[in-house]
Design a protein around this ligand. Sequence first.
Ligand SMILES: [Zn+2]
Length: 416
Amino acid sequence: MCKKHETVSPNPQPSATSSPAPDATTAGGSPGVPSVAASPKKKKPVVDQTAQVIIFCYHRLVDKVRYPGTEITPAAFEAQMKELKDRGITVISMQDLLAWKRGEKNIPPRCAVISFDDGWKSQYEVAWPILKKYGYPVTMFIYTEGVRGGALGGGEAITWEQLADMRDNGVDIEAHSATHQDLREGHNIMLASTGGKRTRAKLTGPQYEQWVQNEVVGCKQLLEQRLGIKVNCFAVPFGNYNEHVKELARNAGYEAMFTVYGQPITFTSAMDSIGRYAIEANKPKVFEDAVKMIGAPTSGGAPVAEVGAADLATQPADGETARTALPLIKANLSAIGQIEPGSVQMRVSGLGVVPATYDPKTGTISYQVTQKLREKSCSVFVTAKSQGKKVEAHWTFGIEESPARAVPTAAQTPKK
Ligand SMILES: [Zn+2]
């Protein structure tokens, strides 16, 4: 049914997104090495885990900017779309970004995702034609009461019919709450009744829970029911949320949550705080900075083939909990195939590159940790060159002994 996310539109950049993934399954090629890579499990594609994605968040396009905090001119917008193309940054859909994060789909090394917030009709009338011209996919983050006819949807608001038209043409439509307010308990909010009357309130307890439920869950249900779609992304209004809101969103089935705290998205970026760059007329540098963050076309380096940690018989195993903060870390690289001597490197989170020992005869790389690991979990990255290609494996294990205090999550930068 809900196939709307499967990009109904003609894939805008078929050559870029379908470029063959580097093939890491070269096991069995080396003499004397048992073939262990022939996995009986369903094979996942080899995804480039070094790819980076920047996400842009736009609001209104207007010829005369009066609110530079949320508006830019169509000309400026088009210039930015062109610049992405000129710089060789591939615009991918949000769903492709998520598929890459799940390890299901490869993406080009340097990508951008375009999103529009709040549902203004200029997004339909002005932005969309420009996006179509470039063949760029787009995601719309909609707050449901802000759609035309809703308690907050005036004459400049997008209509449900326009959203349906976008949906039918492959546009990804996602949630941005019901009334676009600070979702944390005890904050001043405005309650709009159907009669148009607005009252200020500071909700707590069960009243708050009921309200926030509608903002996070009700909004998703309404979008899904009105448009017959599946909604799996939630853009947090102003980027203001907390653990409770995150939990509600997770329980509601959102796969990803977005803020306006722009940063390049990597394979390991947390799914509940994906930063987007908000592009505003009075801050032209934001776009330039974002584009620079994912580097020059030449600096991306060769694609990296990722090898599953399970194929390397790692020790400690992926997901295992070590009972010491001084573990012996080991992996068997035989599955990778022939390895260029001297190319093997091990990195350990909290330690950086470590002086690991590689035995070419057994294909084993090992390192005895000599300095107590201080975090509750430890990630190991092993890289090597095989037949001219860079191959990488990484895995994470837990450490039981560590008494380290929980690190607070990064503070959100409120916006607007
Ligand atoms: Zn918004």
